[in-house]
Design a binder for this molecule. Structure first.
Ligand code: AMP
Length: 194
């Protein structure tokens, strides 16, 4: 199982990715979680990333590529993974394609295009997202940053939906329903064809 979870901030990517990863016994790899841990630990990477995260901006692609490359090479990523929050830009997706050729579980010497990868988009309207994010209370969940994160998503991440649609790797799910309903639908769409 090789899954990418896409969707705007507040769409429920993290919750659903964690539930399915537990169920399928594969790692849930959240670049946001990795970055937040680096910020708390005050590592050089965390120090560089913090200002971007606090402002609702994307952390520069180069930093993300190093993080993901290192994480994907860990032994637990061999049997598959759910990536949550990566790739988030077209250059990240292109980099990920080349990485998929090399990493364990990546499918061997093929391009990302040929891998058994699926990209899930959780679709949720903006007004629902803002309400959800304001009630979450994370440090970067104030109204100004939320607005900026949604704008950054539309500009830089949404083009990836077409990228994966063109390759027939896109799975679209309505995320504006209860957590249980979304999980059930994801299980139905994703299991069986892995
Ligand atoms: P998330 O927990 O996925 O909402 O990510 C929180 C913040 O971490 C984002 O607003 C970005 O600043 C940063 N971040 C996480 N993943 C990425 C990524 N793939 N590319 C750039 N920045 C990222």
């Amino acid at each position: 199982m090789q899954l990418i979870f896409m969707g705007p901030p507040g769409a429920g990517k993290g919750t659903q990715a964690q539930l399915l990863a537990d169920l399928w016994k594969i790692p849930h790899i959240s670049t946001g979680d990795i970055l937040r841990a680096c910020v708390v630990a005050k590592t050089p990477l965390g120090e560089k990333a913090k200002a971007y995260m606090d402002a609702g901006e994307l952390v520069p692609d180069g930093l993300l590529m190093d993080i993901v490359q290192e994480r994907m090479n860990q032994p637990d990523a061999k049997a598959g993974w759910i990536l949550d929050g990566f790739p988030r830009t077209v250059p990240q997706a292109a980099f990920f394609d080349t990485l998929l050729c090399d990493v364990p579980g990546g499918g061997g010497p093929k391009s990302g295009k040929d891998c058994a990868l699926r990209a899930v988009n959780l679709d949720v309207p903006d007004n629902v997202l803002v309400t959800r994010l304001l009630s979450r209370g994370r440090q970067d969940d104030n109204e100004q940053t939320i607005r900026r994160r949604l704008q950054v998503y539309r500009e830089q991440t949404e083009p990836l939906i077409e990228f994966y649609r063109d390759r027939e790797q896109l799975v679209e799910v309505d995320g504006d329903r209860s957590m249980q309903e979304v999980t059930a639908q994801l299980q139905q769409v994703l299991s069986g064809n892995s």
